[in-house]
Write a protein that binds this ligand. Structure first.
Ligand code: IPM
Ligand code: MG
Length: 350
């Protein structure tokens, strides 16, 4: 029996609802499959926990987390905690502390789901987001607070190592996909240092992947391509901030933010990787029982794939598709189903 240690961090808002749904589906899958077992430990780290204790991650928390095979994460963010505090308190220390530099964000229109875009059913993208530096490096400062002279800097950091490894990861992934097509996204017309280095290193790495067709598109232009010619795109590689924005657009074009999954990977496996739905804590619908668990099921499938449970990952995807095809949809997809209804439908399909 293959056993895996999973750290579940439901976090805030609908995070707790969707992680419970995801774990229920994973349990059914593991029991049905028989070949593997997930040993799940829950971590209470959340904004409520922060308000009580003054920290999101206790002393020694990351060291403990490091002993797990994967992290199954819900969401972080609360109306009464500034977003930069919750983000830098919980999610970024894990992503950056565990060197999860490759953030993989697939977008596809699932069966039974309608894209708001004419021709949207041809969307089948993977956005590779640089996840450890760039615009999210946290480098900068503020001086003379509140005075007219107040000044703030927010510096993007790009290192050759960081850029090279994300390009290599993107080429490896593009090379494995049927289209073998990779779009380089930057803004190297206006930003003439870091972005130009991105472009240069991309073409250096490209020499090792002669079978992968490439195109370079500026970030503003790629939004038009995504909307007007979605079929021209396949795999993207972009900086932390650019890919953050593009992945929301990709999720909306593929039907709903409620279905979009993501994997924060440490490809070298020196640290556990983290798997989460993209949607966030969504306090407007928290407690109503209508959060879409599909993003979390898809996330669970990505986690299984990373753990080497390819068959289980595929079976989870097939169960999701069987349920979306029947239009058992939560309100974000235009349906009336609850989280519970979608979850039991996926469990039945499994
Ligand atoms: C995402 C989210 C986060 C990000 C937020 C919650 C800070 O939008 O995962 O895309 O920007 O990284
Ligand atoms: Mg985002």
């Amino acid at each position: 029996m293959r056993e895996y240690k999973i750290a579940a961090i439901p976090g805030d808002g609908i995070g707790t609802e969707v992680i419970a749904a995801g774990l229920a589906a994973l349990k059914v899958l593991a029991e049905r499959d028989g070949g593997f077992k997930l040993n799940v430990e829950h971590f209470p780290w959340s904004s409520d926990y922060y308000k009580k204790n003054g920290y999101y991650i206790p002393d020694g928390g990351l060291a403990k987390l490091k002993t797990f095979d994967a992290i199954f994460f819900g969401a972080v963010g609360a109306p009464d905690v500034p977003d930069h505090v919750s983000l830098w308190g919980l999610r970024l220390p894990i992503c950056q502390g565990f060197d999860q530099y490759a953030n993989v964000r697939p977008a596809r229109v699932l069966p039974g789901v309608t894209s708001p875009l004419a021709g949207g059913e041809r969307i089948d993208w993977v956005i590779i987001r640089e996840n450890s530096e760039g615009e999210y490096s946290g480098s900068g400062g503020r001086v003379h607070r509140g005075l007219p002279e107040e000044l703030a800097t927010e510096t993007s950091i790009f290192t050759r190592n960081g850029v090279e490894r994300i390009h290599r990861f993107a080429f490896e992934l593009a090379n494995k996909r049927p289209r073998k097509h990779l779009t380089l996204v930057t803004k190297s017309n206006a930003q003439r240092h870091g972005m130009v280095m991105w472009d240069e290193i991309f073409y250096e790495v490209a020499k090792n992947y002669p079978k992968v067709e490439t195109q370079r598109v500026l970030v503003d232009a790629v939004t038009t391509q995504m909307v007007l010619k979605p079929y021209m795109l396949d795999t993207f590689v972009a900086t932390n901030l650019h890919a953050d924005i593009l992945s929301d657009l990709a999720a909306a074009l593929s039907g709903s933010l409620g279905i979009a999954p993501t994997a924060n990977l440490n490809p070298e496996r020196k640290f556990p990787s983290m798997f989460e739905p993209i949607h966030g804590s969504a306090f407007d619908i928290t407690g109503k029982g209508i959060a879409n668990p599909i993003a979390t099921f898809w996330t669970a499938s990505m986690m299984l794939e990373h753990l080497g449970e390819k068959e289980g990952a595929l079976r989870m995807m097939k169960a999701i598709e069987a349920v979306t095809a029947k239009k058992i949809h939560t309100p974000d997809l235009g349906g009336e189903a609850t989280t519970e209804i979608v979850t039991s439908a996926v469990c039945d399909a499994l």
